[in-house]
Design a protein around this ligand. Structure first.
Ligand code: ATP
Ligand code: MG
Length: 421
């Protein structure tokens, strides 16, 4: 028998000293720590101050009988897990149901059959050890699970922030262009307006001075400032300002759909509007490099957490752009196709949103893994491998599904299925 079991402490409670002595003789051959009690109340106090690993308990005792003491032990938070083996004489009728109800795990009968006593004690000590070990492992598992969950939510938050960071960098760039255009057009318009004012000043003199000489002066000035050209220029500058300010308004409007990022309420949204917004925000990486075609079907609004769904669109579109970098570098056509439609074959009414790209596709042997957290084929610092696992979680939490396929040019197709609700 192993050392750990020999080290176990055993408490024996029996009002007959002859029985105590006999059990002491039997048990002390293997166990070192044996405590003997003739009185149940003393035994209880001793157990409280130093809980034993097992208790052998006589049923018939004068002060407090075995059943009662058993119940008292089971009701105590410190002692409740200690296994109790009841001892009863062959002549007594042991109420087995009552014994088990009083916390007994087993019973032995007098006169004692030594190997049986040893076997039963050892079995329950072993079971007790296993139980304690299991409990300890279980607690450790619970702790590990808790810290895993914490780490997961921190990572998801970090990834959300980093997607936002990517977007913000792009948006800053995007807004910079129209704002610069507005600014330089404004400056140019200012210069022209000042020239017009100078011309008006010349005409102003008409009221007091000689008409012909003033008209002559005005004509020379008009020549100097290339009057007809700058009049045309004004039109062009005003058009520039119009285009640029509309673009800025568009970007700001797209940003609004993303300000829902953390909202905790579901909203019925127009999926197409959200895809458009995402494309505008990713435009920095798309424009002039990738051809995006949209085949938007006639779909109803979808009830969802808009910020979360936008995050999925960003992750999938950003992956598509990444997958196209090689094609762009070697001058091959880089295309993204986005399709939406009502799903026909689902039990619940739902929509399909399909993102297809002309990249190299997802190799067969990694298809299984791409939704795993931290799985990435990108270089260190290029990808965290969280985009798809977070997207998968988001879509699943909406009762939807993500599947992956291959299109006719070998590129990847990601199909989101979202219930309409
Ligand atoms: N459109 C795609 N074409 C080809 N492979 C893809 C495509 N989308 C995803 N993958 C593969 O799936 C992997 C996991 O994608 P996921 O978005 O989870 O992480 P990531 O893009 O590598 O990193 P990040 O956390 O920055 O998104 C990618 O590294 C890539 O190998
Ligand atoms: Mg990604």
């Amino acid at each position: 028998m192993d050392k750990i079991l020999c080290d176990c402490s055993i408490m024996v409670v029996d009002d007959t000293t002859a029985n105590l002595d006999l059990l002491d003789d039997i048990l002390s051959k293997k166990y070192e720590k044996i405590r003997l009690f003739t009185d149940g109340n003393f035994a209880f106090k001793s157990a409280l101050s130093d809980p034993p690993d097992i208790i052998l308990l006589d049923v018939m005792m004068p002060q407090i009988d075995g059943y009662e003491l058993g119940l008292k032990i089971k009701a105590n938070r410190v002692l409740s897990d200690i296994p109790i083996i009841f001892i009863s004489a062959k002549s007594e009728t042991l109420d087995k149901v009552k014994a088990f109800q009083s916390g007994g795990v087993d019973y032995i009968t007098k006169p004692f059959h030594i190997p049986e006593v040893m076997a039963r004690v050892e079995t329950h000590l072993r079971l007790g050890k296993y139980r304690a070990e299991l409990e300890e492992k279980n607690n450790k598992l619970k702790e590990t699970l808790k810290s895993l969950k914490e780490a997961q939510s921190q990572l998801i938050q970090a990834k959300t922030l980093s997607s936002l960071g990517t977007l913000t960098a792009g948006i800053a760039h995007e807004i910079n262009n129209p704002v610069n255009a507005i600014n330089s057009s404004g400056i140019a318009l200012g210069k022209i307006i000042r020239k017009f004012l100078a011309l008006i000043e010349i005409y102003d003199k008409l009221r007091t001075e000689n008409t012909d000489s003033i008209l002559e002066e005005a004509a020379i000035f008009k020549e100097e400032i290339s009057y007809s050209e700058i009049t045309e220029g004004v039109e062009q500058l005003l058009r520039n300002i119009d285009v640029a300010s509309n673009r800025t308004i568009e970007i700001v409007r797209s940003l609004k759909t993303f300000t829902h990022m953390g909202r905790n309420e579901k909203e019925a949204i127009d999926i197409h509007e959200n895809i458009e917004s995402t494309l505008i925000l990713l435009n920095q990486r798309i424009k002039d490099r990738i051809r995006v075609t949209k085949h938007f079907g006639n779909i109803p609004k979808v009830k969802c957490f808009p910020g979360k769904i936008n995050q999925v669109f960003v992750n999938i579109l950003a992956n598509a752009v990444d997958a196209l970098e090689n094609k762009i570098n070697i001058g091959e056509p880089a295309e993204i196709e986005i399709k939406t439609s009502l799903a026909a074959d689902q039990e619940k009414p739902s929509v399909n949103i399909e993102f297809s790209d002309s990249g190299a596709g997802v190799p067969e042997d990694i298809k299984e893994k791409i939704f795993d957290p931290f799985f990435t084929t990108k270089d260190v610092g290029q990808g965290t491998g969280l985009g798809l696992s977070i997207s998968y979680g988001i879509i699943k939490s909406h009762g939807g599904n993500i599947s992956i396929g291959t299109n006719r040019v070998g590129g990847a197709v990601f199909i989101l299925n979202l219930p309409i609700e």
